[in-house]
Design a protein around this ligand. Structure first.
Ligand code: AMP
Length: 293
């Protein structure tokens, strides 16, 4: 395994793999502090692709001014050890000035979708995400790039980005990995103590209850949202930011639910930590995980 810090080196290594060796490349973009959620993506990349590149970069442009960029957990030594065990070929861990050289001035904005849900509370977040993913896709030019359903809106936005700007990469979205309690694994769970983590598991319980109610015939979005809200309210340590029931592909708000895939998305605070989670009901029968741009 090689750790690459320079964009130019990453591009030329990837170019050789594609051209001279005709081997497929899978990219797993991360911000490090790797956990089982990330590793599930790495495992699938390893299964599907000849060469696996994992990028580790805490992307400043996707953090708001009062967010946790400075304190975001970073441990490249530990991440490297984990990725060695997973037989990863390259870690791309660029320093800031490699990704954002002086006078950097080009940003990518996926209109509409970026303003909804998370975008309402985190203006600029998805502009930062779309920009960094564009740089990574252009640098590595992977055949496949792997993302988690945990960040459902991000996955929708990246699929749209890839389609709209004709990136030649297939986006693969994989299921959310959870603790036994149901809590979605996240690097930000490190901010929570054991009791808070236990309390935070109410988020997944609430989502599951809404899904059950839907299956039993409750197709009124407001009522499903209420199930989520009232369940989360039973846990005093958890404060709901929003629950939204939207079309899983367009993220349009829905009132009356029909047979299309529906995303129930939640953001909630546990202390100062903001967590997001979601559940999909009516998942499309065909393999909905993969979409070619
Ligand atoms: P991050 O390091 O938080 O930017 O996440 C990198 C990738 O890992 C993103 O595609 C996330 O959606 C994905 N990811 C994070 N947590 C999980 C999880 N619990 N299950 C599956 N994928 C995840």
């Amino acid at each position: 395994m090689e750790i690459i810090n320079r964009r130019q080196r990453m591009s030329s290594v990837a170019r050789k793999i594609r051209r001279d060796q005709d081997r497929s490349i899978g990219l797993v973009p991360t911000m490090g502090a790797l956990h089982e959620g990330h590793l599930s993506l790495v495992r699938e990349a390893r299964r599907m692709c000849d060469v696996v590149v994992v990028s580790v970069f805490v992307n400043p442009t996707q953090f708001g001014p009062s967010e946790d960029f400075e304190h975001y957990p970073r441990d490249l030594t530990k991440d490297t050890a984990l990725l060695t065990d997973y037989n990863v070929d390259y870690i791309f861990a660029p320093p800031m000035e490699e990704m954002y050289p002086k006078d950097f001035s080009t940003y990518v904005n996926v209109g509409g979708l970026s303003k909804l849900l998370e975008g309402e509370t985190r203006p600029g977040h998805f502009r930062g995400v779309a920009t960094v993913i564009s740089i990574l896709l252009n640098t590595v030019r992977p055949d496949f790039a792997f993302f988690g359903q945990k960040d459902a809106q991000q996955a929708v936005i990246i699929k749209r980005l890839v389609r709209d700007l004709a990136f030649d990469t297939e986006i693969v979205v994989l299921p959310t990995v959870r603790e036994d309690s149901g809590l979605a694994i996240s690097s930000r769970n490190l901010y929570l103590d054991a009791e808070e983590q236990e309390s935070a598991s109410v988020i997944h319980r609430a989502l599951k209850q809404a899904k059950e109610a839907y299956k039993k015939g409750e197709h009124h979005a407001g009522k499903l949202a209420n199930i989520v809200r009232t369940t989360i309210e039973t846990e005093p340590r958890v404060r709901l930011d929003y629950v939204s029931i939207v079309d899983a592909e367009t993220l349009d708000k829905l009132d009356k639910l029909d047979e299309r895939p529906i995303l129930i998305a939640v953001a909630a605070y546990v202390g100062k930590t903001r967590l997001i989670d979601n559940i999909v009901v009516n998942k499309a029968k065909k393999d909905a995980a993969t979409s070619k741009s």
